[in-house]
Design a protein around this ligand. Sequence first.
Ligand code: ATP
Length: 256
Amino acid sequence: MTILKTTNLGRTFGGLKAVDNFEIYLDHRELVGLIGPNGAGKTTAFNMLTGVYVPSYGEIQFCDESIVGKKPYEITQKGIGRTFQNIRLFKDLSVIDNVKIAYHQNVKYGVVSGIFKSKKYKKEEEEITEKSLELLSIFGLELKHGELAKNLPYGEQRRLEIARALATKPKLLLLDEPAAGMNPQETHQLMELIRWIRDKFEITILLIEHDMSLVMNVCERIYVLDYGKIIAHGNPTEIKSNPKVIEAYLGEEVTI
Ligand SMILES: Nc1ncnc2c1ncn2[C@@H]1O[C@H](COP(=O)(O)OP(=O)(O)OP(=O)(O)O)[C@@H](O)[C@H]1O
């Protein structure tokens, strides 16, 4: 079942077509990679899918509904969660509060209930705390729940970002360079975790990554962007041997 489909999607900045004719589909429970050299347009594509940028043209269908023109928070509520290339945590809040804030996007009590701290409010709060701790334990962060996010080592901040994104209960999770700045051992563990998350939460994952071993090992299908256009699409074996992909990566410090 296809949950996301884009048609002739594009974004221009002045005269630059940062992304052009971007056409992808994602099926339920797929793990798909989006790769390409620096400046190819990967983050711009993510920004359109999540409402951070309004597309200059084209269509995005998510769960059979157009999400073009919707605000980022509306798209989050519809079921697209994401992480950012540059980590965006509330650095001066505790680890658990970072996750709880994300959960609050889906709670049912109203403002009045919140102000007067009704029974329903307290029950919801207890549930959110419990669920947040459960989520933190998946990411090996439960013992650090009281620490300030800014005091976590880099790899743990990246994991906390994924936990936050999952707390918004996404059907589709977009990960923008989840392994950036991680050492090989952390990257390997993350790879396992990403696969596990997809299975446990039964979600679709689209990830941007520069670490080719991670992409090739973890993704079932891969789209390759170059100068804003998709130049290749296929499984890892097909992508590795695609001449257009090899050419696009010439001069980059990566082995594919
Ligand atoms: N807000 C913006 N204003 C002007 N140009 C932009 C803007 N955002 C992106 N661009 C340009 O669009 C192109 C694609 O950028 P983008 O960040 O999407 O690439 P990327 O593939 O994510 O790169 P990287 O791998 O380096 O993160 C680049 O030429 C970039 O300079």
